[in-house]
Write a new protein. Structure first.
Length: 274
């Protein structure tokens, strides 16, 4: 791959899509990157961005590279607060606090597919689904600007117009769970031995699937509440509600299991909450 050519293509498209201020952030961050290719295929990721400026690729794939360029273009280290900011992912180094990882991967994948297409399964289909629904709530330009400014706080403030702070933070925490549970699942599989009874194996995965189903329902509840709060007294309420239902009706999957939801039932039990 011609990395320099891909970078120039990335910058050209972003120049046309972003505000001048947001594009300036992208340009400054892209100047800092270096690229490393490792022949050995990684089982967990096809690409990785380290906030010191290094993009590591495990396969020569243009879409993966663009995904990592989005990470690179939206990252910086706050030396005063000791916080590593990457889009909507904030890591507090000393306190070992980590928030927004799932949300960030979902929105990064949304931008990648929007501007550069899709190449297979990114592994972030759940995060992508809910990132789309939040962008639908607050608006494309606003959401993109928050992302490139690495402003999770501004995103939270905007989301709080339509729900409580407690619920917004819970939603972001739930978004992180898909990555955490995937890593937990992989570690658990490696811990099982040939002598592990099938009942123990089956019980653990049944509990996992029940927990995942609960997480989906909590995420859906937040989306429904937030959108209906926004649509309250809207003259096109029924039309926009139907659009939301269509967006939310897509079956989702985790651990090779498909989950379907009765969105109409969840909506019918909702009243305005703010």
């Amino acid at each position: 791959m011609n990395y320099e050519q891909l970078i120039q293509n990335f910058l050209s498209i972003m120049a046309n899509e972003l505000s001048p201020n947001d594009f300036e952030i992208v340009k400054q961050n892209i100047r800092k990157i270096s690229i490393k290719f490792l022949e050995k295929e990684s089982m967990s990721t096809s690409g990785l961005y380290n906030p010191n400026g290094l993009i590591t690729l495990h396969r020569k794939d243009e879409v993966t590279f663009y995904h990592e360029l989005f990470h690179a273009s939206s990252s910086y280290y706050d030396e005063n607060k000791l916080v590593l900011n990457s889009g909507f992912h904030h890591q507090h180094i000393n306190e070992k606090k980590d928030i927004g990882r799932g949300f960030n991967e979902g929105y990064t994948e949304l931008l990648t597919q929007r501007y550069f297409g899709k190449n297979g399964d990114s592994g972030y289909s759940n995060e992508l689904h809910y990132a789309k629904l939040i962008e639908h709530l607050i608006g494309k330009e606003q959401m993109q600007s928050f992302y490139f400014k690495s402003s999770l706080d501004d995103l939270i403030t905007e989301m709080c117009k339509y729900n409580s702070l407690e619920n917004v933070l819970k939603f972001i925490e739930n978004m992180d769970k898909f990555i955490i549970l995937t890593e937990l699942k992989e570690n658990k599989i490696h811990s099982f031995s040939e002598n592990t009874p099938f009942t123990e194996y089956s019980k653990w995965f049944d509990e996992l699937n029940e927990y995942v189903n609960q997480t989906y329902n909590e995420l859906n509840q937040f989306i429904i509440e937030s959108h209906l709060n926004k649509l309250y007294n809207d003259s096109d309420y029924e039309k926009k509600k139907a659009e939301l239902m269509a967006m939310m009706s897509t079956p989702l999957s985790f651990n090779f299991r498909e989950y379907s939801f009765n969105i109409d039932l969840q909506m019918s039990g909702n009243n305005r909450t703010i």
